[in-house]
Write a protein that binds this ligand. Structure first.
Ligand SMILES: [Zn+2]
Length: 211
């Protein structure tokens, strides 16, 4: 009972942090995260390379896998499945012309918050973790959907983007599972904390780069 209260408090502070970040953020749609430029081409390969070369996507997507690995089933496989699905929904939302403010802030905040969750080994109830992942995923997808014309090349870009995303989730998931199996609980917990802290610090940098 006690741990549930602590977790809810964790969730509440994280959500308020997210909302605060979105409020101070500019509504600009260009990728403000200075580490990478906007879409940069079209087609499957460009889509595949984009999350691998854009540090904000890369870290968030690896983090989804790492955080999922810290959970039990079904979150274990549900989170890495929910992200690409909701990211695609976000892209469709962007393509349809729906206005969604705070998307860039959402991407930056996703890196920061996922890093904090990993560093603290915070396990949320399934509905909360899935909802959080869904919000982040929509931001990552929308940011690109909104700048895409609806054509075959955009669809190929999207397919490449989703494929790389899934690959990053699996990499984070398997790296964490392997580490946890091979090393002692104490050392793997420490490694998780270090990885989470590193991701959170990068997220903090992305968030501050937007101000
Ligand atoms: Zn991007």
């Amino acid at each position: 009972m006690k741990s549930i209260t602590v977790k809810s408090r964790h969730l509440l502070s994280l959500l308020s942090l997210l909302s605060a970040t979105m409020l101070v953020a500019t509504p600009a749609f260009a990728h403000v995260s200075v580490m990478h430029s906007v879409a940069g081409g079209s087609g499957f390969l460009a889509g595949f390379l984009h999350p691998l070369m854009g540090t904000d996507h890369l870290l968030a997507m690896l983090a989804v896998g790492i955080w999922a690995a810290q959970h039990q089933r079904p979150a274990y496989w549900l989170l890495p499945l929910a992200f690409p699905l909701m990211m695609t929904a976000g892209a469709a939302l962007g393509m349809s012309g729906v206005i969604l403010p705070g998307v860039e802030a959402g991407i930056a905040a996703s890196v920061l918050i996922l890093g904090l969750l990993i560093a603290g080994a915070v396990k949320l109830p399934l509905a909360a973790s899935t909802a959080l992942i869904a919000v982040f995923a929509v931001a990552h997808g929308y940011a690109h959907g909104v700048e895409m014309p609806v054509d075959g090349k955009a669809l190929a870009f999207g397919a490449g983007f989703v494929a790389a995303t899934a690959l990053l989730h699996l990499s984070g998931l398997f790296a964490t599972i392997t580490t946890n199996h091979l090393l002692s609980t104490k050392i793997s917990a420490k490694l998780n904390r270090i990885a989470g802290a590193g991701i959170a610090l990068s997220g903090l940098f992305f968030v501050s780069a937007m101000a």
